[in-house]
Design a protein around this ligand. Structure first.
Ligand SMILES: [Zn+2]
Length: 634
C-alpha cells in the first residue's frame, strides 16, 4: 500500500539556513549553470550503487534560484510513489564552487548521500513517533546525518575521480559564506559547524588538527563572550597544544586566565588595589594565523595568565608578526594593576606607555576594533585617572562600536564602567558642581551594573560618602535595580570533585580519555549513535553522540553545580542533589516562571530553566535530578 504524502514533504540541505532572502539581487538560471551541474551529477551517479528503498532511481537534479547558497535532497509523491530529487541553487554554483566541477562534486555528493541513506524518511518517522518533542535528540540525529552524508559525498566524489583540492575549496567556501557559529551553539541547530564537518572528513593529521583547532578557537571565543572563562581556557589550551605558534590562542588563553583571577577578587581585594573599574572585551575573535571556584586572590592563575601573554609576545618576535599585539600589552598592563603581591604601577605604566605610543605613531593601529580600543582607554584610566578628553574619546569609540550589530551589550557594559570611573575622578575634584555630576553618575552606575559585581559595593560606599559630603540623603541599596531569577550566566560545564571538567559540546573521545570507559552504555534510539554513558562512582550520566549533549546528575555522589551572576566578579551560588525545592526556586524561579518539558524521554517531565541551560526534577520536596543541557527552541 502506498501512502499519499504531500509534495516535497521534507528535504535535507547542505548548509544551515540562518535567514532566507537576505540578498535581493537574484541571478538567473542559465545553460552554463545547468551544464556543469548535470555533468558532475551524472559522473557521480555513474559510480554510485543504487540504494535500496527507492522505486524510482536515479533522481533528477535541478538548478534553482533562491537568492542564497544551499542545496537540497528530498522526494515528492506522485501517484503514491516517492520520487527522489536534488536541487542546488545558482548562488552555490557561482559563489561556493565558482563553476568548478571538483568543488561542486562534494556538495552534490553530499545530497546524494542523504538520498542513499534515506534520511528524509527517517526524519518523517521521528516526527510521527515523537512529534515536536525531544528536540535535543532530534537535532543530534540530524547532525549525525549531515556527517554521514558528508562522508558519503566525499567518498563518492573521490571514486568519480574528483580531487582533494576541490574538497578543501568547497569546505573553505562554505565556511566563508555562512554566518560562523561554534560547536556549543551548534547544539541547538541541525547542522554541525563547517569546522567540525571538516575535522570529521580528513584523515591526515595535519588537516584534521587544523580544523579541530579552528573549531576549538571558535568555541573558546563564544565562551569568552558569555564569561565562561574556565571553559574558554580549555578550548584555547587545546589550540596551543596543537598549534604552539598560534599567538591569538596564547593571547586568549592569557585573557581567560586573567578573567578567572578577576572573578576571584572580592570588594575587599579591589579596595586594596585602589583602582577604578576594569572592563573586559580585549580578545581575538578570529585566529588569523590559522585562519575560580573560591573567592580570594589565586596567584597561580595570575602567573599562568601573564605567562600566556608573554608567550604571545615571544611568538611575535620570533615569527616577525605584523600584529602589534596592543590588546595583549594592554591586558598585561591590567594584570600588573592587580598583581597578587600588590599593584605594580611601574610595570603597568610601562605597558600602557607602549600601547599609547603605538596608537599615536602607527596609523594602522588606530584601525583597532573600537570596543578593544575603548576597553584599553577605560583600563588605563582606571590606573591613571580620567580627564575630560579621555572620557570624550572613549564615548566616541563606544558610539562607533554601537553602530556594529551585536556590540550593544558589551558597549553598554563599558559605558557603565566608564560612569563609575568618571564619578570617581569627579569626586576628588572638590568642585561642588562636579560633585553633583559625580553623584548622578554613581546613581546611573548603581542602577546599570549588577549588584553582584565586586565593584558595586565599592561604588555604593563612595556614593554614600559623597551624598553626605554634599548634604543629600543617599538612596538605600534596595532602591537600585535588584538581580532577578533570570540574571545568571548560562551553565556550560560540570566540574567534578577532582577538578576535571565535563563541558557541553566537548568531543566524546576527550571525555572518555579523561574519565575512562563508562560503567554502562545505553543507546537512546536503536541504530543511532546517541547514547547514555553512566558513571556510577561519579554519580553522573553523560548523553552524547560524538559530542556531549547533556550531563545528568542523578545520584547522591554527583558533584554540586556552581552558578554565577553575570559581570566581572559576579556572585555565585551552588545547586546540588537533595537541596530543598524552595531554596532552588528562590534562586531561579518556581514553576510559574519555567517550562515543563520532555527532555530526552516521552515519559519523563523536567522543570526547564532554558536560559540557564538547566532542567530539574524534584521528589518529596528536594532536588532528585539536575540536567545540564542546551535545549533548543521548537
Ligand atoms: Zn545535508
Amino acid at each position: 500500500m502506498f501512502r499519499i504524502r504531500s509534495m516535497k514533504l521534507i528535504a535535507c540541505c547542505a548548509a544551515l539556513v540562518f535567514s532566507l532572502g537576505e540578498r535581493a539581487a537574484h541571478a538567473e538560471v542559465t545553460e552554463r549553470h545547468e551544464k556543469v551541474v548535470n555533468e558532475v551529477f551524472q559522473r557521480l551517479l555513474a559510480v554510485m550503487e543504487t540504494p535500496d528503498g527507492w522505486e524510482v532511481w536515479p533522481p533528477e537534479v535541478t538548478v534553482v534560484d533562491k537568492g542564497f547558497a544551499n542545496a537540497f535532497a528530498g522526494f515528492r509523491t506522485e501517484d503514491g510513489v516517492d520520487v527522489p530529487y536534488v536541487e542546488i541553487t545558482v548562488t552555490t554554483v557561482e559563489e561556493i564552487a565558482d563553476y568548478d566541477p571538483d568543488t561542486l562534486a562534494f556538495t552534490l555528493g553530499h545530497e546524494l548521500g542523504h538520498l542513499f541513506f534515506d534520511h528524509n524518511h527517517q526524519s518523517v518517522e521521528f516526527r510521527e513517533k515523537f512529534g515536536d518533542k525531544l528536540q535535543t535528540i532530534r537535532l543530534a540525529c540530524n547532525r549525525e546525518q549531515e556527517l554521514e552524508a558528508d562522508l558519503f559525498g566525499m567518498q563518492l566524489a573521490f571514486k568519480a575521480g574528483y580531487s582533494r583540492q576541490g574538497l578543501i575549496k568547497d569546505l573553505h567556501a562554505w565556511r566563508e559564506n555562512t554566518t560562523p557559529y561554534c560547536r556549543f551553539e551548534g547544539l541547538s541547530v541541525n547542522h554541525p559547524t563547517w569546522e567540525d564537518r571538516a575535522t570529521f572528513l580528513f584523515d591526515d593529521e595535519r588537516q584534521k588538527s587544523l580544523w579541530r583547532s579552528l573549531s576549538s578557537f571558535q568555541t573558546g571565543v563564544m565562551f569568552l563572550e558569555n564569561q565562561h572563562h574556565l571553559h574558554a581556557q580549555v578550548c584555547f589550551e587545546n589550540v596551543t597544544v596543537e598549534f604552539p605558534e598560534c599567538y591569538e590562542a596564547w593571547a586568549n588563553l592569557g585573557y581567560s586566565l586573567l578573567m578567572q583571577y578577576c572573578d576571584g577578587l572580592d570588594a575587599e581585594d579591589l579596595k586594596n588595589f585602589n583602582i577604578g573599574h576594569l572592563v573586559v572585551g580585549g580578545f581575538y575573535r578570529r585566529p588569523g594565523s590559522l585562519e575560580p571556584t573560591v573567592r580570594g586572590v589565586d596567584p597561580d592563575l595570575w602567573f599562568e595568565a601573564v605567562g600566556a601573554f608573554r608567550e604571545a609576545l615571544r611568538l611575535k618576535e620570533r615569527l616577525g608578526l605584523k600584529d602589534d599585539l596592543l590588546m595583549v600589552k594592554a591586558n598585561l598592563a591590567v594584570a600588573y594593576l592587580i598583581h597578587p603581591a600588590g599593584k605594580d604601577v611601574g610595570q603597568a605604566e610601562q605597558w600602557f606607555d607602549e600601547v599609547f605610543t603605538a596608537l599615536r605613531n602607527n596609523p594602522e593601529d588606530s584601525q583597532l576594533d573600537p570596543l578593544v580600543h575603548a576597553s584599553i582607554l577605560i583600563n588605563s584610566g582606571s590606573a591613571r585617572g580620567f580627564d575630560s578628553d579621555l572620557v570624550v574619546q572613549t564615548l566616541g569609540l563606544l558610539a562607533e562600536a554601537k553602530t556594529k550589530r551585536g556590540n550593544d551589550l558589551v558597549a553598554e557594559a563599558l559605558e557603565t564602567a566608564l560612569q563609575f570611573n568618571q564619578a570617581r575622578a569627579l569626586t576628588t575634584s572638590g568642585d561642588p558642581a562636579n560633585q553633583l555630576t559625580a553623584l548622578a553618575l554613581f546613581e546611573k552606575y548603581l542602577d546599570g551594573m549588577t549588584s553582584a559585581s565586586s565593584w558595586w559595593p565599592i561604588a555604593y560606599e563612595q556614593y554614600v560618602q559623597l551624598s553626605e559630603a554634599v548634604g543629600k540623603a543617599p538612596k538605600k541599596e534596595s532602591e537600585f535595580k535588584q538581580l532577578g531569577i533570570k540574571d545568571w550566566r548560562p551553565i556550560t560545564a560540570v566540574e567534578l570533585a577532582d577538578g576535571k571538567t565535563i563541558g557541553l559540546s566537548q568531543p566524546l573521545n576527550e571525555v572518555l580519555k579523561t574519565l575512562g570507559p563508562a560503567d554502562v552504555e545505553i543507546p537512546v534510539i536503536e541504530g543511532k549513535n546517541i547514547k547514555y554513558y553512566k558513571y556510577e562512582d561519579l554519580g553522573i550520566t553523560i548523553l552524547a553522540t560524538r559530542e556531549v549533549l547533556a550531563v545528568i546528575l542523578d545520584s547522591e555522589k554527583a558533584p554540586a553545580v556552581k552558578i554565577q551572576r553575570p559581570g566581572l566578579g559576579g556572585d555565585d551560588a551552588t545547586l546540588e542533589m537533595g537541596m530543598n525545592r524552595g531554596v532552588l526556586e528562590g534562586l531561579l524561579g518556581s514553576d510559574w516562571d519555567v517550562e515543563i518539558t520532555n527532555l530526552f524521554q516521552l515519559d519523563e517531565l523536567h522543570q526547564l530553566y532554558r536560559d540557564l541551560g538547566l532542567a530539574v526534577q524534584f521528589e518529596d520536596g528536594v532536588v532528585s535530578e539536575l540536567v545540564i543541557s542546551v535545549v533548543p527552541l521548537k
